[in-house]
Design a protein around this ligand. Structure first.
Ligand code: F3S
Length: 777
């Protein structure tokens, strides 16, 4: 039996409507000819808004068919919620169509420990928190204030439930998959779909089955499973796919361990990750005060709803024997560069890096479960007994107030502090660049984190900081050794008394024996608050952080000549972006986070870390029609501004997997704000491609990837065939007519993924324009 000190909660608003979902699934099954289904399919298809309409022809092909879905819940973090709410406000509704929550976590800066950091961050972000809180009150949204914890941990502890479908405005939303559901990271504009009750569209993902056998042992943790898999699949391997784990190895792991695995599915670009319902999920639900959800899930599971059917077909099956896994360290600068721990020292030597660790960071939404924290505390106690302290700054961000308070009560925090750890606020902090680090400025150095993402500059704003991802226990052991060549499985550390000390493999506890304690109860919002329509949403007129969102006007305008506004106007190419271009490159985080709600101000960071393929320079663009008072070369945002001032709509040419990384919709809003109408890519990352469509930018794929190099800055591109597509001519394709600066003209074929509804958004100028016209009519 699990003991809990959390009161059992009223679970009516958080229990999925299993009977209704199973009923709908039965309808879909019939339409599909009763073939066996994967778990991911069951969850998705039971949330199709109107199966008889969208599946009338009985055809549903994974990887091809667009589904219109009705998610059950929305969660937003404080940075992305700003723009989502600004958009929701302009849709003209009085309350959210589905339960929605806001979590204040990204805006808390780590400087010198929880209490002071929280106080300072609240003061410096007051107007944003006031805006979010007032909008939450007006529209009946649950508001988790600063200090309450990180969105994904809070969702797992409070809202996630087996079989549920939810959206979150953050790319690590899939974390909730640890409870056997589908949680999908989206841009604010997609969240607005769910919040307005508009069916949310998703191309039916392929399903990769990951068959787990064996069990983890020694130093290997669930984090190592996903680090290993990231190395196998690469950052593109999950694109357009759901990772569905199955097999006996799933049942050996804690619910929170599965959440870590699901969390980092985002790093391989997966739509989301999920697992069949397990007894450990049940225990976690009960331990977090949700026994009624567990009972309902038990009943649904007994009817086969929460696992795959016998004989279900996966698009690919990957076999992993957990017993063979060893700890893995991924990085630097990309999460798929995986090196087994036993080879890491050699790898560091081969690269010629200094054998020196400069900081260890644990926690974050990826790894701050009770199991993680008790495992690292075990290592800390072993080290303390040997007279050791950490050799480098060692920072810990607990995932939630519940975890923080439980850690404190169970002397986990004390064990960490005694060896020199600093416990930061329950927030994202260094994981999202909110780390005021005074040492190592502009200096090459290596940090080890238990986080999930390691793009350049992500943690401390220093492009030379190499961030290696590892399990919390590996990070902790390395922090005692202070060097990169250390292997805690084999190596020793010399204690002050000159005796070699070797760690024994860490042991953690998945759930607290005495139950979780809620901690400071003032952090918990009232469940399902009533909307208060009389509340005024607070936006100061002189604000530099928040700005009412003005609708974008349609690119198609009135139309001229025989195009009648159905082809895009001729577009000038602003630049050809070289290589990796993540949403961090398009819209940098760190100091820019404070402008998330102010489109004019944040647009000053457009593509400032992107490389121009013409010349290879970072943040350089060419303006071939510059005025005599202007230079031909300028920063990318400045050239974009010049185009905007000239009312010159423009296009970008980009490389592979453009927009990988986070669900940051600003990466689509900002180019749109400056007048971008089309982006032509070798390939797109899914979330970002959808975001472009939402904001009225046409994403096109080169049919022949070699055409990428044939278009450069200052060339003019025109669409041919968009008119047919917009008017519904079957089989219509789009070509591009390219007029080079020297007058040469040629045409190239393209591909696209636009659905008929998405074409309506493009025509209206944005999805929001389209929604508003419907709310009004
Ligand atoms: Fe926050 Fe980092 Fe997770 S930014 S939500 S802790 S990935």
């Amino acid at each position: 039996a699990t003991h809990t000190t959390l009161p059992e909660r009223d679970c009516s608003s958080i229990t999925p409507p299993y009977a209704q979902l199973q009923h709908k699934l039965a309808d879909v099954r019939e339409l599909l000819g009763n073939r066996p289904l994967t778990l991911a399919e069951k969850i998705l298809y039971s949330h199709i808004a109107d199966p008889n309409k969208s599946l009338a022809d009985g055809k549903l092909k994974r990887g091809e068919t667009y589904l219109q879905l009705s998610p059950e819940r929305v969660a937003m973090q404080d940075a992305s919620a700003q723009m989502a709410l600004l958009q929701f406000m302009s849709a003209g509704m009085t309350k959210c169509a589905v339960p929605t929550s806001i979590h204040c976590d990204h805006l808390i800066q780590a400087v010198n420990g929880a209490e002071a950091d929280l106080k300072r961050s609240i003061a410096s972000n007051q107007e944003v928190f006031d805006f979010l809180e007032s909008a939450a009150r007006k529209y009946g949204i649950e508001f988790w204030k600063p200090g309450s914890g990180i969105i994904h941990q809070i969702v797992l502890e409070n809202y996630a439930a087996p079989g549920m479908l939810m959206l979150g405005t953050d790319s690590h939303t899939p974390n909730a998959g640890g409870l056997g559901m589908l949680a999908i990271g989206v841009g604010g504009a997609d969240a607005v779909d769910a919040m307005t009750g508009t069916p949310w569209e998703l191309k039916a993902p392929q399903v990769v089955g990951i068959h787990l056998t064996g069990s983890l042992s020694g130093w290997a943790t669930p984090k190592d499973l996903i680090l290993h898999l990231a190395g196998k699949l690469t950052v593109r391997g999950g694109t357009g796919r759901i990772l569905e784990y199955f097999g006996p190895g799933v049942f050996n792991q804690s619910c929170t361990g599965l959440a870590t695995v699901a969390n980092m599915g985002a790093e391989v670009g997966a739509t989301t990750s999920t697992f069949p319902y397990t007894p450990n999920m049940r225990s976690y639900l009960v331990a977090t005060g949700r026994a009624p959800v567990a009972h309902a899930a038990d009943a649904a599971a007994s009817k086969g709803f929460l696992s795959a059917d016998e004989g279900a077909e996966y698009d690919e099956v990957i076999e992993i024997n957990l017993s063979e896994l060893e700890p893995t360290i991924n990085g630097p600068f990309t999460p798929d560069l995986a090196t087994p721990l036993s080879k890491f020292g050699d790898f560091v030597k081969e690269q010629g890096w200094k054998d020196e660790l400069s900081a260890g960071l644990i926690g974050s939404c990826t790894n701050s479960s009770y199991e993680d924290m008790t495992s690292v505390a075990d290592l800390a106690r072993q080290a303390k007994a040997a007279g050791l302290k950490v050799k480098v700054p060692f920072l810990c961000t607990p995932g939630s107030e519940q975890i923080r308070a439980t850690m404190e009560r169970d002397q986990v925090t004390g064990a960490l502090q005694e060896v020199g750890a600093t416990v930061l606020a329950n927030a994202c902090g260094p994981c999202i660049g909110q780390w005021k680090r005074d040492d190592k400025k502009d200096e090459e150095n290596a940090i080890l984190t238990s986080f999930n993402r390691n793009f350049k500059s992500r943690n401390d704003g220093n492009r030379l900081t190499m961030n290696f991802l590892a399990s919390p226990t590996v990070v902790t052991a390395f922090s005692f050794a202070g060097k990169l060549s250390f292997n805690p499985m084999t190596d020793t550390i010399l204690t002050p008394s000159g005796v070699p000390f070797k760690f024994t493999p860490p042991k953690g506890q998945d759930l607290p024996t005495a139950g979780f304690t809620p901690g400071e109860t003032g952090f918990y919002p009232s469940p399902t608050p009533e909307p208060q329509p009389e509340t005024e949403v607070i936006i100061r007129p002189d604000s530099q952080r928040l700005e009412v969102l003005e609708p974008f006007s349609s690119h198609f305008g009135e139309g001229t000549g025989n195009l009648r506004g159905l082809e895009l106007p001729p577009l000038k190419v602003l630049m050809r972006v070289r290589g990796k271009c993540t949403t961090d490159h398009i819209s940098a985080a760190g100091p820019w986070l404070k402008y998330k709600g102010h489109l004019t101000n944040i647009s000053e960071n457009l593509l400032i870390t992107a490389s121009n393929d013409e010349g290879g320079d970072v943040n350089v663009a060419f303006d071939h029609e510059h005025e005599s008072s202007q230079s031909e070369t300028d920063t990318i945002p400045n050239v974009a501004k010049r185009f905007k001032a000239r009312k010159q709509p423009w296009a970008l040419v980009v490389d592979e997997n453009y927009g990988e990384g986070s669900a940051r919709e600003h990466a689509a809003l900002q180019p749109r704000f400056y007048g971008c109408a089309m982006i032509v890519a070798r390939s797109f990352a899914r979330i970002h491609e959808t975001n472009l469509k939402k904001q009225g930018i046409l994403p096109l794929w080169f049919a022949d990837k070699a055409d990428y190099a044939r278009i450069g800055s200052g060339d003019v591109v025109e669409t041919l065939g968009l008119a047919d597509l917009l008017t519904g001519v079957p089989g219509a394709t789009i070509k591009l007519k390219v007029t080079k600066r020297n007058g040469d003209v040629f045409e190239i074929p393209t591909k696209h993924t636009m659905s008929s509804d998405q074409l309506k958004w493009l025509r209206a100028g944005s999805a929001l324009n389209h929604i508003r016209s419907q709310v009004q009519s």
